[in-house]
Design a binder for this molecule. Structure first.
Ligand code: FE2
Ligand code: FE2
Length: 275
């Protein structure tokens, strides 16, 4: 079972600043082609928030049209740039997004790896929150299937990154989330977005990681740096492969774009490197 993760697509309207400067829609088109063209085709795609830049109906319409070209189902959660009402309206066929006013939290039960979506959005805030209501829901869901390997996906990562500007809009409720996760050792991974960089950290007995954006990345602005930069480093997706009991869940970074490649090994044999 292969789960692709894309994040922070920040799709905007034609001619808008994200469209002109970061070319976010064009980058998402490339990400869709990339996922459709992978030799081991993902079974599904998780899009972990900041799907669009301003949460407007026009942006969601453009997002919907691009994602419609995916050869596999896509499951969405909101990030701090999203708007639940407009997201629901554009993706009305995505029943799992729930009814008006509800948090966008759901489970996907169709594959050997169980997938659990968490909604960290706080309207009007760059930071996220897991309140007691959202965490109680998570605890109940995880209690339902203690034997099933599980991946939890959310927008805001449950850890401090060391990038001060991003930590200033971090997740509220990290300790309470850790208390829930520690009760459920079947959680193989927590995957997130928001930081526009790949980061890995041990968390409450599991592994938490973030995925780069499909478009613009953030610079590695660790102290003493106090600024935050956008860096047009290569876009990427994460490919989370469930290899079964024993081999477990392996998370690969899959860089989007074309780069020189050399076949060096095939059918059990090393090949001579050609100039
Ligand atoms: Fe983002
Ligand atoms: Fe974000």
């Amino acid at each position: 079972m292969v789960v692709a993760q894309i994040t922070d697509m920040h799709v905007s309207t034609p001619g808008s600043r994200p469209d002109r400067v970061f070319r976010t829609a064009e980058h998402l088109e490339r990400a869709v082609d990339h996922l459709n063209g992978l030799p081991l085709r993902p079974d599904l795609v998780l899009a972990t928030g900041d799907l669009v830049d301003h949460g407007s109906p026009e942006e969601y319409e453009r997002l919907r049209a691009i994602l419609a070209r995916l050869a596999m189902p896509a499951y969405l959660i909101p990030g701090n740039h999203d708007d639940r009402t407009n997201l629901r309206a554009a993706f009305e066929r995505h029943d799992y997004l729930g009814g008006a006013g509800a948090f966008m939290q759901y489970t996907i039960e169709d594959w050997p790896l169980r997938l659990v979506a968490l909604d960290t959005l706080v309207p009007g805030s760059g930071g996220g929150r897991l309140c007691p209501e959202r965490l109680a829901w998570l605890d109940e869901r995880l209690r339902e299937a203690p034997e099933r390997p599980t991946l939890v996906f959310m927008h805001h990562p449950p850890f401090v990154t060391g990038i001060a500007a991003m930590d200033g809009m971090g997740l509220d409720g990290i300790e309470a989330l850790a208390t829930v996760i520690r009760r459920h050792p079947q959680v193989e991974r927590i995957v997130a977005g928001h930081i526009h960089r790949p980061i890995v950290r041990r968390f409450a007995g599991t592994v938490a990681c973030t995925c780069p954006s499909t478009a613009h990345q953030l610079g590695l602005d660790l102290p003493p740096q106090t600024r935050l930069t956008v860096a047009m480093e290569p876009p990427a997706a994460m490919i989370h492969c469930w290899l079964g009991d024993g081999a477990g869940l392996v998370s690969h970074l899959s860089v989007i774009g074309s780069y020189p490649t050399h076949v060096v090994f095939e059918n059990g044999k090393w090949l001579p490197l050609k100039d």
